[in-house]
Design a protein around this ligand. Sequence first.
Ligand code: ATP
Length: 301
Amino acid sequence: MSTEHALRTQGLSKLYRRTWALRDCTLALPTRRVVALVGPNGAGKTTLLRLIVGLIAPTDGTVQVFGQSPTTNTPQALSRIGFLAQDHPIYPRFTVADLLHFGRSCNLRFDQDLAERRLSHLDIPLHRKAGTLSGGQRAQVALALALAKRPDLLILDEPLSSLDPVARREFLQTLMVAVADDGITVLLSSHIVTELERVCDHLVVLNHGRVTLSGDIDMLLATHRLLVGPRATANLDHTPSVIEATHADRHTTLLVRDEGAPAAPGWQPHPVSLEDLVLAYLRRPDHRITAPARDVSEAPR
Ligand code: ATP
């Protein structure tokens, strides 16, 4: 059994009638990381997460969680995964204590003390009905239940979308403490890139069902940069190292993959932020996602 990667997918694809929700997705996510899965609406994030937890079967390709397939080796794989679906669905008529009881009866490894400690720290009373809690409190209860399962891989689908900025911070803080204390791997999908920078150390960008960028965030930031120079007249669309070109009256700004060469004369290099990097990959036109790499030597490096 592989302990090197929490998750491996190979050529993973999902077709819904005539829509490819996910195409040829090959990923290897290391353990003990917080991984951000970022992409616009309809990019295929939920589809990928549902494939990983075995809720749907792939049309093509494979997925393995700690070396086990969630579809063919379901109990072994699923015992190590915690999954928090979009909108944190929990039964509104159950009290928090009922939910803990329910969690304990469904999961052999359920750590009730851990869940109670987290909820007491957040001042969420066990006797309250889930339906009377605020959105942020419900999200915290859902997270406490998912963490109490003691998963090795915790998967969260858009956990931040319904939370206000304070609740978002608290939620991410809880997550970071859990990762630091228990060494789990977290994969969370989100649209909110700015919030993720402090929390995540690995990034996967999905666009139109395809992975367009994947890697450790420090490495990705170190291997991309902005170049500002005189307005370029050449069409840089097919220059593989140029991810995005934006033009003003007199200047052109290029976001480039940095291949270690010094910038061409007249071009000033600047570091790139995570948000700029993600947005540039998301704005890439469709034909560039699948275009074969071509080297164009006259392009500024
Ligand atoms: P969002 O950020 O809006 O939640 P997403 O990145 O999670 O989007 P998915 O929900 O995975 O994207 O959807 C990917 C594509 O697959 C979309 O085109 C969507 O319409 C389609 N799709 C998803 N589920 C189904 C389904 N059950 N039947 C048919 N098409 C589907």
